[in-house]
Design a protein around this ligand. Structure first.
Ligand code: UDP
Length: 235
């Protein structure tokens, strides 16, 4: 039995690269689409936010001389490209989707509203929320927490390439230990880089639990939603 009725799934842009250095890996995209189709078929309402780091990040653009606001707008367009790619991969599996964008850009997607998102979710469509918050100086993590709260999701699932939150970066420190559960305050206290602090604070203030888990292990999304204790629960 599924534990959650409505979820917001955040996928980082980087994980869409698969083994590549840049862009979108078709196989990875297909794996994500299959896993999402499977949980949606269980009757779980799924909204998705995808990052853009596999194509462009405002901050790294700034360090190369781009204007920050323009760079962030490029980043928001990158998240839209990824959303269209996932929407297309889902459609090829006969899954109905709706792309809602935080910046007007019809006919690429419809302009976001909470009402449109909820109507689609209740019809069983997968809703892709593109272009982050629509504002520069934010990230898609903040876009995810904002949208998750707005659409009254039961949980925000942060799909990453690590198994959860560790005491230190497990890719750099072999002694790092994983938390099964952690509080928002503990994240601040330990200075853990789970999400940016704006996103973490929004979740804390609105009592939105987060599950950080490894989305690259096939079947993990279903496991999290079926209540198996994988990943780290933040609450
Ligand atoms: N971005 C933004 N406002 C938002 C969301 C994203 O300006 O509300 C820009 C920002 O430049 C960011 C880029 O889009 O670097 C891509 O998003 P993010 O870095 O969050 O992607 P991820 O790390 O998840 O791949």
């Amino acid at each position: 039995m599924a534990t959650y009725k409505r979820i917001l799934l955040k996928i980082s842009g980087e994980s869409l690269m698969g083994e590549q250095q840049y862009g979108i890996d078709a196989q990875r995209l297909q794996q994500y689409a299959e896993q999402i189709r499977e949980v949606a078929a269980q009757g779980i309402q799924v909204a998705i936010v995808i990052g853009g780091g596999n194509i462009f990040r405002g901050l790294s653009g700034t360090s190369k001389g781009f204007d920050r606001v323009k760079g962030d707008q490029m980043g928001m367009l990158a998240t839209t490209i990824n959303s269209l790619a996932l929407s297309s991969a889902l459609a090829s599996l006969s899954v109905k989707t709706r792309v809602l964008t935080a910046i007007r850009m019809e006919p690429i997607g419809e302009f976001y509203s909470k009402q449109k998102a909820i109507e689609s979710l209740e019809r069983g469509e997968i809703v892709l929320l593109a272009a982050g918050t629509g504002n520069p100086f934010f990230t898609t993590d903040t876009g995810s927490s904002l949208r998750a709260i707005e659409i009254e999701a039961d949980v925000m699932l942060k799909g990453t390439r690590v198994d959860g939150i560790y005491t230190a970066d497990p890719e750099k420190d072999a002694t790092a230990v994983k938390f099964d559960e952690i509080t928002y305050d503990e994240i601040y206290k330990r200075g853990l880089k789970v999400m940016d602090l704006t996103a973490t604070t929004m979740c804390k203030e609105n009592h939105l639990p987060i599950v950080v888990f490894n989305m690259d292990k096939y079947g993990n999304l279903k496991k999290v939603l079926n209540g198996e204790s994988i990943g780290t629960l933040v609450k």
